[in-house]
Design a protein around this ligand. Structure first.
Ligand code: PRX
Length: 656
């Protein structure tokens, strides 16, 4: 039993709603106090203007928010800053050049330590080389790299030069990389020869060649810059490909950062929507960095020079952008960056890393916590985890059981847990406890942060009542926020349709999540209400997987759903109808279909189960009844089948 919990014995419902207040010691030293909420409510613009002072502005702003062009916001629009200068140079100029910025831990056990001076030199060299090859502010650069320091330096070099980076998760396939390169018209791709995965080198540059070379080369790409990581033999195209060590490493380590407008584009990050085509979410500079820095400071209670911070995300996702690169570095964090998987060489790895570096703040995904639970508490119990003082989660709702396990086994009942809700689109954390203020309830992200204004509304845009558990509640953001997306790259109509049309009259941003408020007003996020799945905290759309499946010669039609999974939150389950005359070879065909999805999107999108079926349940209007498929996949009693065009279909599915 946790010592601080005011847990009352009794019904499960009571346990669900028991609270965990922060300890008096934590409260006494916390960065954020309860007054932040009042301050923000009194004058939101003034509050954000004050938070923006966390940054160095080459030219101070005089305007805070311009919402006249809604839904495209402008924050601090007449100010100028350099994002990389804020993350690196100013710390060196302030005398912290020798402070460790990155404790890098390679998967095979090799390590590198980069101080802020080292990082400045690496970023400056990269900036000089990218300038030398003619890249201009506004040009796009694709970054397809594992978790090596050069990946972070590449992002910062782009930021420094006003280039817009588009990081593509190194687990995505060549074809996913190609579509992102083409959509953004990237001129440069930065990659590595390969990456270490579960103890073995795996090629990566080869995927770049598959993506952009061959018979129809990507028209926009001029160069591929390659960092040597695994040392394996790789394909090479003279004139296009260049080694990092022959170019960047030889460039001058002096570079002066130029200031850019606060609204200058900083990055694109592609994320799944409800159609098969991923959306390039556009973020800009000043507002994004303000909220990244503000949230990292208050939500993680980060103390520069004292804490050792570790966010276990990959830079390929938004969490890696905001809480490995821009938030922590703007706050002069010392952080651990780990290249590999949590069970390489064995399940002790994360705990060894925490122990080795004295990690004090640890931020991860619920799916990993559930995996650790499965592996058993004797693994963490074998390590000294007393350096930890704050724990965080992100990416999906955390089940109360996992929350309590995390609290007890990682934190010995001592560390506040921040369950942070946000999205690629929001850019930074929106809903979270404040660790020195909030009495936490396991499983609830609790309340919007100071400065953030959100509501939970019903179908008619009316706020749901406290404690109302049955009604559909939708999470909406009713006022602009600094780190909000500024659009979808090349498709502003889609931007408006996707986020702003559902509650157009009210002018609310619709997040796509269902939620409820409990009787105390705490927010419980219930998950997506659209056709987006959440697999281990990663967003994958049903449409993307369906289109990968129908791309296979054997498949006539497919329907994909996210079924509840005890470890990954949701798992991908596909129902497939074969083309006329195609023989169902059972396991061999299923394996082939899974491989087709891995090739089209990436291994993370491989369905857990594929059922070959004669028909799909459809309504009279031809809409696939996903709810029924979900019932089948989860082995439940089937719900209402009255709208089904052919009830016999259900029986055929059940036979699977
Ligand atoms: O459904 C919500 C879920 O993840 C979605 C955003 O996914 P993505 O853009 O990939 O960003 C993930 C990392 C920020 C949301 O729409 N989600 C994220 N955090 C939480 C969450 N659901 C419940 N609780 C959370 N803390």
């Amino acid at each position: 039993m946790p010592t601080e919990a005011t847990e009352k014995p009794g019904k499960a419902e009571k346990a669900l709603h028991s609270t965990y207040p922060p300890s008096a010691e934590f409260v006494a030293q916390a960065n954020g106090g309860p007054d932040l909420y009042g301050e923000a409510d009194k004058d939101r613009d003034a509050f954000w203007a004050q938070q923006a002072q966390r940054l160095h502005w080459h030219k101070p702003f005089t305007e805070v928010l311009d919402w006249s062009d809604a839904p495209v916001a402008k924050w601090f629009a007449d100010g100028k800053l350099n994002v990389a200068y804020n993350c690196v140079d100013r710390h060196v100029e302030d005398g912290y050049g020798d402070q460790v910025a990155i404790h890098w831990e390679g998967e095979p056990g090799d390590t590198r330590t980069l101080t802020y001076s080292d990082l400045l030199s690496l970023v400056s060299k990269a900036a000089n080389y990218l300038t030398e090859i003619g890249l201009q502010p506004g040009d796009r650069v694709a970054i397809y790299m594992p978790m090596v320091p050069e990946a972070i330096a590449s992002m910062l070099a782009c930021a420094r030069l006003g280039l817009t980076h588009s990081v593509v998760f190194a687990g995505f396939s060549a074809s996913a990389l190609r579509s992102r390169i083409d959509d953004a018209e990237a001129k440069l791709v930065i990659t590595t020869d390969g990456q270490f995965r579960r103890g073995k080198p795996a090629p990566l540059k080869a995927s770049v060649d598959d993506a952009i070379g061959g018979e129809s080369p990507a028209p926009s790409v001029q160069n591929v810059l390659v960092v040597r990581r695994t040392g394996e033999e790789i394909p090479w195209q003279e004139g296009r490909d260049v080694w990092w060590h022959d170019t960047v490493e030889r460039a001058s380590d002096k570079h002066e950062a130029e200031a850019f407008d606060a609204e200058h584009p900083l990055f694109l990050l592609y994320t799944s929507g409800t159609t098969g085509k991923p959306k390039g979410i556009l973020h800009t500079s000043g507002g994004y960095l303000t909220q990244a820095s503000y949230t990292h400071n208050y939500v993680f209670d980060h103390k520069p020079g004292k804490d050792v911070y570790w966010c276990t995300a990959d830079i390929g996702w938004v969490t890696g952008h905001t809480y490995i690169v821009y938030g922590p570095l703007s706050n002069r964090a010392t952080q651990v960056v780990y290249e590999g998987t949590p069970n390489s060489p064995n399940e002790h790895r994360h705990f060894e890393v925490i122990e080795k570096y004295g990690v004090s703040i640890y931020y991860t995904a619920p799916t990993l916590i559930r995996t650790f639970m499965k592996w058993g508490r004797e693994i963490p119990d074998a390590h000294d985890l007393t350096s930890l003082r704050l724990l965080g989660t992100v990416g999906e709702p955390i089940n109360p059981e996992a929350w309590r396990w995390y609290h007890e086994v990682f934190g010995a009942g001592r560390c506040p847990i921040v369950d942070t809700w946000w999205q690629t689109e929001t850019g930074a954390i929106m809903i979270s406890p404040l660790p020195g203020v909030t009495d936490c309830k396991p499983g609830s992200a609790m309340a919007p942060l100071p400065g953030i204004s959100m509501q939970i509304v019903d179908d008619d845009a009316k706020p749901v009542k406290l404690g109302e558990t049955e009604a559909n509640g939708y999470l909406v953001i009713d006022k602009p926020w600094p780190a909000m997306l500024r659009g979808i790259w090349g498709d502003m109509q889609r931007f408006k349709d996707t986020y702003w049309s559902r509650f157009a009259e009210q002018g609310y941003y619709f997040a796509g999540d269902g939620a409820k408020l409990d009787e105390d007003g705490a927010v419980w996020v219930l998950g997506r209400v659209d056709d987006v799945m959440n697999i281990s905290g990663h967003r994958i759309s049903t449409a993307e997987v369906e289109s990968a499946l129908v791309g296979h010669a054997a498949v006539a039609e497919s329907a994909v759903i996210g079924a509840t999974d005890a470890t990954t939150g949701q798992a991908i389950v596909a129902f497939v109808i074969l083309r006329q005359g195609v023989e169902n070879t059972g396991d061999a065909l299923v394996a082939d279909l899974r491989a087709a999805v891995a090739q089209d999107i990436g291994p993370i999108a491989k369905p857990r189960d594929i059922y070959i079926v004669p028909e799909l349940p459809k309504t009279r209007s031809g809409k696939i009844m996903r709810r029924l498929l979900r019932d089948v996949a989860e082995g439940r009693q089937l719900g209402d089948t009255s709208t089904l065009v052919d009830p016999a279909v259900v029986e055929s599915l059940r036979g699977q």
